[in-house]
Design a binder for this molecule. Structure first.
Ligand code: HEM
Ligand SMILES: [Ca+2]
Length: 369
C-alpha cells in the first residue's frame, strides 16, 4: 500500500496506529528507532546472521582462512583464541575489552593477574589488519574474537556452531573486574558453579565449557602446589592418580617452585615474577599430554574419571555427583558433548551484547578508536 511515496507498515497485529516510513529508511533503522514497543526503546540493535553481508561481504571468509593459515604454522593458535574469547566474554561481555592496552596509567584487563598468560593478541592483530585492508573500519574486534574462537574449535576437532554478528567494541577495559571475577584454577566446585551461574550458565553448561581444556598447555606454575605442596601439607594432592602424578612431576620439577613463588597460593596478588613474554619459555604440560591426537572433549572427561585432571579446577568437576554425572555422560558420548559444547559456546559468545549504536568499531584492536 503506497501513499505519496511512503509505505504503510503494520508491524504487529496489536499495534496501532499504522506507522509511515520513508522507503529510503533502512529496515534496521526503522526497527531500532521506530517500531520498538515502548519498553524496548532503549534496547540495542540485535545481532544478525552475516551482519557484514553488505558492508564487508568477505569478512567471515577472511577470518576463517586467516585462522586456518595461522593454525597450519602454529599449533598454539586454536587454544590461544579459544581461551581469549572466554576471558573476553566473561568480563563485561563479548566486547573485546580484553584486547585493550593500558593507557595513561589506567590498568588494562590484559595485565590483570588472571590474564597474565593469555596469548593470541598478535593473532587478532593479524586478522584485523587483513580486514582493515578489505573494508576499513567495519568489522569489530569483538566479532573477530568470537568467529576466531569458533574456527579454532572446529580446527581442534570440536563442533561447528552458528554465530550471529554485529557486536561492537568497548571503549573501556575492566581490569579490576577481571582480577576478581575470572575463575581461579584453585577454585573448588561450589565456587566454579557460582561463578558460571553469575553469567547465566547452569551446571551442565559449565561442565561442557570446561571441555575447552581438551587443548592447549598448562604452565607448571598453575599446578606446582598440587604436585609438591597441596594446601600447605608438603604432600601432593591425594586425589591425583599416582602414575599421573609422576608424569606431571617429570614435566614440572620441584626446582620450578623456587623460580615462580606460587602465585596460586595468593591468587590475586601480582608477584611481578610472571610476564607474558616469559610464559612461553616456562615449562608446562600439554592438555593432550599423551599425544592421543584429536578427541576434543571425550578424552578430557575420561581423564577426569581416571583422576587425571591437570588443574585442580578440572578435577573438581568430579567432586560431586551432580556434575560428575555430566562428566560421565560426555566421556562416553561425543555427540552429546558436541551439541552441549556448541550450545554453551553460542551462549558464551552472546554474553553482554554491545551493539549499535553503543560502543565502537576499533581500527586497531588494542586501542580505543
Ligand atoms: C573454572 C574455569 C576455568 C579456569 C579456572 C581456567 C583456568 C585456566 C588455566 C590456569 C589455564 C592455563 C593457562 C596457562 O598455563 O598459561 C587455562 C588454559 C586454557 N583455558 Fe581455561 N579455565 C577455565 C575455563 C575455561 C573455559 C570456559 C574455556 C573456554 C571455553 C577455557 C579455555 C582454555 C584454553 C583453550 C586453555 C589453553 C590455553 C593455551 O594453551 O594457550 N578455559 N585455563
Ligand atoms: Ca569483555
Amino acid at each position: 500500500e503506497t501513499k505519496k511515496g511512503f509505505r504503510t507498515i503494520t508491524h504487529s497485529p496489536s499495534d496501532s496506529p499504522l506507522i509511515l516510513v520513508a522507503p529510503s529508511m533502512s529496515r534496521s533503522i526503522f526497527f531500532s528507532k521506530i517500531a520498538k514497543k515502548p519498553e524496548e526503546i532503549d534496547d540495542p540493535r540485535p545481532l544478525e546472521y552475516d551482519f557484514y553481508r553488505k558492508s564487508c561481504p568477505q569478512a567471515e571468509k577472511i577470518i576463517r582462512s586467516k585462522v586456518r593459515s595461522l593454525y597450519e604454522v602454529r599449533s598454539d593458535v586454536a587454544p590461544a583464541l579459544l581461551r581469549l574469547v572466554f576471558h573476553d566474554c566473561f568480563i563485561e561481555g563479548c566486547d573485546a575489552s580484553v584486547l585493550l592496552d593500558a593507557v595513561d596509567g589506567i590498568d588494562s584487563e590484559k595485565e590483570s593477574p588472571p590474564n597474565e598468560t593469555l596469548k593470541g593478541f598478535d593473532l587478532i592483530d593479524m586478522i584485523k589488519s587483513e580486514l582493515e585492508e578489505a573494508c576499513p573500519g567495519v568489522v569489530s574486534c569483538a566479532d573477530i574474537l568470537v568467529l576466531g574462537a569458533r574456527e579454532s574449535v572446529v580446527l581442534a576437532g570440536g563442533p561447528f556452531y552458528p554465530l550471529q554478528t554485529g557486536r561492537r567494541d568497548s571503549t573501556l577495559s575492566f581490569s579490576e573486574v577481571a582480577t576478581y571475577e575470572l575463575p581461579n584454577p584453585q577454585n573448588d566446585l561450589p565456587q566454579i558453579v557460582a561463578s558460571f551461574a553469575s553469567r547465566g550458565f547452569n551446571e551442565r553448561e559449565t561442565v561442557s565449557l570446561l571441555g575447552a581444556h581438551s587443548i592447549g598447555t598448562i604452565h607448571c606454575r598453575f599446578i606446582l602446589n598440587r604436585l609438591y605442596n597441596f594446601g600447605g601439607t608438603d604432600e601432593p594432592d591425594p586425589t591425583l592418580d599416582p602414575q599421573f602424578l609422576d608424569l606431571l612431576r617429570s614435566k614440572c620439577n620441584d626446582s620450578h617452585t623456587s623460580l615462580s613463588p606460587s602465585p596460586l597460593l595468593s591468587p590475586s596478588s601480582d608477584d611481578g615474577s610472571t610476564s607474558r613474554s616469559s610464559s612461553s619459555q616456562e615449562p608446562g604440560v600439554e592438555m593432550d599430554y599423551q599425544g592421543r591426537g584429536s578427541g576434543f572433549g571425550s578424552l578430557y572427561y575420561r581423564g577426569l574419571l581416571e583422576s587425571k585432571g591437570i588443574l585442580y579446577v578440572d578435577q573438581q568437576l568430579t567432586a560431586e555427583e551432580k556434575t560428575e554425572a555430566w562428566v560421565r555422560a560426555y566421556a562416553s558420548d561425543d555427540s552429546l558433548f558436541g551439541r552441549d559444547f556448541a550450545r554453551a559456546m553460542m551462549k558464551l559468545s552472546n554474553l553482554g551484547l554491545l551493539t549499535g549504536p553503543m560502543g565502537q568499531v576499533r581500527i586497531s584492536c588494542s586501542k580505543v578508536a
